[in-house]
Design a binder for this molecule. Structure first.
Ligand SMILES: Nc1ncnc2c1ncn2[C@@H]1O[C@H](COP(=O)(O)OP(=O)(O)O)[C@@H](O)[C@H]1O
Ligand SMILES: O=C(O)C1=C[C@@H](OP(=O)(O)O)[C@@H](O)[C@H](O)C1
Ligand SMILES: [Mg+2]
Length: 175
């Protein structure tokens, strides 16, 4: 199957996928969906409650179902932000590359700590030392993020407008 003309935002929790996706929708007249928000809406339950009641594997399967739905709905010209762990499942990586251009939003651990301290909506970061948790998960995931993405953008100290320009420049050269 050939690639669609969607933009998919991947990256670690706190890299800004949801926030930047919403900014693009508000400022660049593009459609936007967030897989976590769709999963919460369709199941009438928060991500934290899904993790607590059904576990992570169940949640990963909901993410796969959501990617399949987006492909079946023939989603086009859309910015899609996904949960930070979605690309970890190989099947999801295959679906992502069918869905569009994959943009990896990056920030170092210190920046992620600043953005995520006090947040209690991410079950995989709950309890313990936040920076250690981020480093451990990031080590397990960074090669996956690199391998599945078409472009990587450093999100620290840069305006969303400039992040968008980097993305556009890449798309113009490569698509
Ligand atoms: N580029 C950025 N610079 C500073 N803070 C940011 C940036 N992007 C997102 N944030 C903040 O980080 C937190 C997590 O953002 P969010 O969009 O939920 O990340 P993700 O969806 O990747 O987990 C939010 O409080 C958001 O306002
Ligand atoms: O990295 C992860 O495994 C997760 C990231 C979260 O989304 P964000 O990356 O938008 O925070 C959410 O899907 C869930 O808590 C699991
Ligand atoms: Mg998000």
């Amino acid at each position: 199957m050939s690639k669609r003309n969607n933009i998919i935002l991947i990256g670690f929790m706190g890299s800004g996928k949801t926030t930047f996706g919403k900014w693009i929708a508000a400022n660049k007249k593009m459609e936007f969906v967030d897989t976590d928000e769709l999963i919460e809406k369709e199941n009438g339950i928060t991500i934290s409650d899904i993790f607590a009641s059904k576990g992570e594997v169940y949640f990963r399967n909901l993410e796969t179902d959501m990617l399949n739905k987006l492909l079946e709905r023939d989603t086009q010209n859309c910015v899609i932000s996904v949960g930070g762990g979605l690309p970890v499942k190989e099947e999801n990586r295959e679906l992502l590359s069918q869905l569009g251009t994959v943009v990896y939003l990056w920030a170092d651990a210190d920046e992620l700590v600043k953005r995520l301290s006090g947040d209690n909506t991410r079950p995989l970061l709950a309890g313990g030392n936040l920076k250690e948790k981020i480093n451990t998960l990031m080590d397990a995931r960074k090669e996956i993020y690199d391998s599945v993405s078409d472009i990587k953008i450093d999100t620290k100290d840069i305006a969303f407008n400039d992040m968008f320009s980097q993305m556009e420049e890449f798309l113009q050269k490569n698509m």
